[in-house]
Design a binder for this molecule. Structure first.
Ligand code: SF4
Ligand code: SF4
Length: 223
C-alpha cells in the first residue's frame, strides 16, 4: 500500500513536471501524506504528523506546505508583502495565514471543533492554486492577468489593473488582493520568499535537483 502511494506520487510529480515543460502552464497543488513527506526527508514525527500537507509543482521545483508545522507567526506574510509590495502588510500578502486563524479556511458550522484557533489550532497557509482555467484571469475586465513565462504563474500586470476587485471575487479562494493604497491587485508569483524565511519549515521550496537527489537516496528515480 505504502509503495503504491509513493509510486503514485512520483508518477504525478513526473507527469506534472513534464506537462509544465511542454505547455508552460498547469502548475498544480496536490495533497500528500506523512509517508510522502518522509520520502522527501521533510516529515515531522509526533502528534499531528498525519495532518495532510500539500505539494505544489512549479517550474523551479516543489513548494511544500505543512500545516502541522505552522505556528501562525505571520513572518511569511510580512516578507511576502515587503518583497512584492514594498511594505509589511498581512492584508495584501500573497500568502494568507492570519485570515484563517480562528475558523480555518471556511467558517464552518462546527468551527468550535474544526480548524483554526477556536478548534484544533491548525493554521492554514493558503496561496494561489495557479488554476488551469483561472477565473481571476477570465473575468478581469482589463485583461490585466496573464501567464508569465518568467515566473510560470498567472500574474497581474499592474499597469493594466484598474483595481475593480473582480479578480478577488472571481477566485473561488479569494486569493488576489487589491492594495487599498495603490488600488492595484496582486497574487502569488511563486517567488519563494515566504518559504525562505519560514522559521519552522512549514513552507519549503525544494528545487528539482534537490527533489531528484532526495528521491534517489531512497532508491527512486524521478525521470
Ligand atoms: S487567483 Fe484564484 S482563480 Fe486565479 S489562478 Fe489563483 S487560485 Fe486560481
Ligand atoms: S482588480 Fe485589476 S486584476 Fe483584478 S479584475 Fe480588476 S482590473 Fe483585473
Amino acid at each position: 500500500m505504502l509503495e503504491k502511494e509513493i509510486q503514485g506520487f512520483i508518477e504525478k510529480l513526473r507527469t506534472r513536471r513534464e506537462f509544465l515543460k511542454i505547455s508552460g502552464k498547469g502548475i498544480t497543488t496536490m495533497a500528500v501524506t506523512a509517508s510522502v513527506l518522509n520520502l522527501l526527508g521533510c516529515g515531522k514525527s509526533g502528534e499531528g504528523s498525519d495532518t495532510p500537507a500539500t505539494v505544489t509543482v512549479t517550474p523551479k521545483g516543489i513548494l511544500i506546505a505543512q500545516r502541522n508545522r505552522c505556528v501562525g507567526c505571520q513572518k511569511c506574510e510580512m516578507v511576502c508583502s515587503i518583497k512584492n509590495n514594498g511594505k509589511a502588510s498581512s492584508y495584501i500578502s500573497r500568502i494568507k495565514v492570519a485570515r484563517n486563524y480562528n475558523y480555518g479556511l471556511t467558517m464552518a458550522a462546527d468551527y468550535a471543533t474544526g480548524e483554526g484557533d477556536y478548534g484544533n489550532f491548525l493554521m492554514t497557509q493558503d496561496a494561489c492554486r495557479q488554476c488551469k482555467d483561472p477565473q481571476c484571469m477570465a473575468q478581469c475586465p482589463a485583461k490585466a492577468i496573464a501567464y508569465s513565462e518568467t515566473t510560470g504563474t498567472w500574474t497581474v500586470d499592474t499597469e493594466k489593473c484598474i483595481g475593480c476587485r473582480t479578480c478577488e471575487h472571481a477566485c473561488p479562494w479569494n486569493m488576489p488582493t487589491v492594495d487599498p493604497e495603490t488600488e492595484k491587485s496582486g497574487k502569488c508569483i511563486l517567488c519563494g520568499t515566504c518559504a525562505e524565511h519560514c522559521p519552522t519549515g512549514a513552507l519549503q521550496m525544494m528545487p528539482w535537483k534537490e527533489v531528484t537527489v532526495r528521491l534517489e537516496k531512497k532508491g527512486y528515480k524521478l525521470s
